[in-house]
Design a protein around this ligand. Structure first.
Ligand code: NAD
Length: 191
């Protein structure tokens, strides 16, 4: 794949879709919108979608309310239900659905796998998929990459970009912690 990784970034033409608009996803969506991108925040809860589209943040975090309201008013941020047709119109898909630990202390990947199935079926060449949800080591290589490749018929690194975003923020303090050291920004693709 030719290196088109900066296409659409510098001119802010890249359309960002954030799937899962909770403590991690909504601040992420608001920050991309603040940076000038057109952002779609997807969630399965209609309460979240309606609230965000009304300019009201569903996550209680300093300055997030103001960022959500400003970007919704400016048309940079909108929310849609995960059944909506706009889901597949993004160039960069950020996945931040929950991966809770079950009673056997195993991560419940059902929300993530559900989302990946839909993303994989609609994946197009040159798209970027970034996983923000927490997963165990090797999940990218052993589950996520093969699933996306088999559903799409495309190859990671050759046809589309795939990245893992290491945990870097505490829910509820995402904006406070958004200033990162350069060394923390590297993708841990080996996850
Ligand atoms: N990368 C990081 O810096 C970082 C930091 C902390 C936590 N995390 C991880 O991020 C993930 C999300 O954490 P959170 O605190 O935001 O969880 P959360 O429960 O607040 O938000 C998850 C959202 O995803 C939605 N969702 C679930 N399935 C969906 C689907 N199929 N389509 C659309 N929306 C769907 C839920 O309705 C919910 O609103 C977890 O795995 C968590 O461990 C990542």
């Amino acid at each position: 794949m030719t290196d088109t990784s900066t296409d659409g970034v510098l001119d802010r033409a890249l359309r960002v879709v954030v799937r899962g608009s909770g403590y991690v996803g909504l601040p992420t969506a608001a920050l991309f919108a603040d940076a000038g991108f057109n952002v779609t925040a997807v969630d399965m809860k209609s309460k979240i979608v309606e609230s965000v589209n009304g300019g009201v943040s569903t996550v209680n975090e300093p300055s997030l309310q103001e960022r959500v309201s400003r970007n919704v008013r400016a048309g940079k941020l909108k929310a849609v239900l995960n059944s909506g047709t706009t889901l597949n119109q993004g160039d960069a898909i950020v996945i931040s659905v929950q991966t809770p630990i079950d009673k056997n202390k195993k991560p419940n990947l059902s929300f993530l796998m559900n989302t990946l199935e839909n993303v994989g079926k609609n994946l197009k060449k040159e798209m970027l998929v970034a996983i923000c949800s927490t997963v165990l080591p090797r999940t990218m290589q052993e589950k996520i990459k093969p699933l996306l490749e088999s559903l799409s018929g495309l190859k990671a690194d050759t046809d589309f970009y795939l990245a893992y975003v290491p945990e870097r923020i505490a829910p509820g303090k995402a904006l406070k912690e958004k200033t990162l050291r350069k060394s923390e920004l590297k993708c841990q693709y080996s996850q």
